[in-house]
Design a protein around this ligand. Structure first.
Ligand SMILES: O=C1O[C@H](COP(=O)(O)O)[C@@H](O)[C@H](O)[C@H]1O
Length: 234
């Protein structure tokens, strides 16, 4: 049985990014050495930019690393809110430019229509995922498993890889990996920044009500190791 999440704290985001990037790089390279390939699942939003930059310069066999996202807003990959755009601009550069990126957004006009195609894309990635990096919103959502959305129960219970989600408190229809897909991984990192997120984390750890704060489904389970990396400042 795996114990409670490990909490690593840092003063600044660049310090956190250097330490976490090295750790992730070592885990990915170990998987490449053992299995010939590795898989990395990233989150979007505002938190991971410095981590992406630090990861992009790590000396590993990036051409053997599959990279995908925990969730995506159903907007074009050029849109300011696209998580794919963030990854392309901040991670898939420098040494990481040769990684094999598999985005969640596809040609379909709605996430519902796009689920099947994305499921097929994801089914070709090495699993369990080697490393999953999650973020957390101030409402306790993670990936696009939002407490406000009608699709939350589905996201928490389905064995499918991904699902369409329509949050009422955040913009854009989305496609999110399901809880079961996220937990089918060797290591999860929950990456947080700022004092507000520390308070949300404390709140999340103080109860088991997953419908109120979906991040609890990650923090409270004991099958997949979760390390929380938090920096006080940006
Ligand atoms: O909407 C999203 O939000 C979460 C948290 O983002 P942040 O801006 O607070 O860092 C993110 O993890 C998720 O991938 C994104 O789509």
């Amino acid at each position: 049985m795996i114990s409670l999440p490990v909490l690593k704290t840092f003063d600044t985001a660049p310090e956190l990014a250097q330490v976490l990037a090295k750790k992730i790089a070592a885990q990915l390279q170990e998987s490449v050495d053992k299995k010939g390939s590795a898989s990395l699942v990233l989150s979007g939003g505002s938190t991971p930019l410095k981590l992406f930059a630090a990861l992009s310069t790590q000396a590993i066999d990036w051409q053997e690393v599959f990279v995908t996202l925990a969730d995506e807003r159903w907007v074009s990959p050029e849109h300011a809110d696209s998580n794919e755009r963030l990854v392309r601009e901040h991670l898939l550069v420098n040494r990481a430019a040769s990684a094999k990126f598999r985005g969640l957004k596809n040609i379909h006009s709605t996430p519902e229509q796009g689920v099947q195609m994305t499921t097929e894309v994801l089914s070709n990635l090495p699993r369990p995922f080697d490393v999953v990096i999650l973020g957390m919103g101030n409402d306790g959502h993670t990936a696009s498993l939002f407490p406000c959305s009608e699709q939350l129960t589905q996201g928490l219970e389905t064995e499918a890889m991904c699902l369409a989600v329509h949050p009422t408190t955040a913009p854009h229809g989305r496609l999110s990996l399901s809880l079961s897909a996220l937990l089918n991984s060797r290591q999860i990192y929950l990456h947080l920044q700022g004092e507000a997120k520390q308070q949300v984390l404390e709140q999340a750890l103080s109860s088991d009500d997953v419908m109120a704060m979906p991040i609890r489904a990650v923090l409270k389970q004991r099958n997949t190791p979760v390390d929380v990396y938090w920096s006080k400042n940006s």
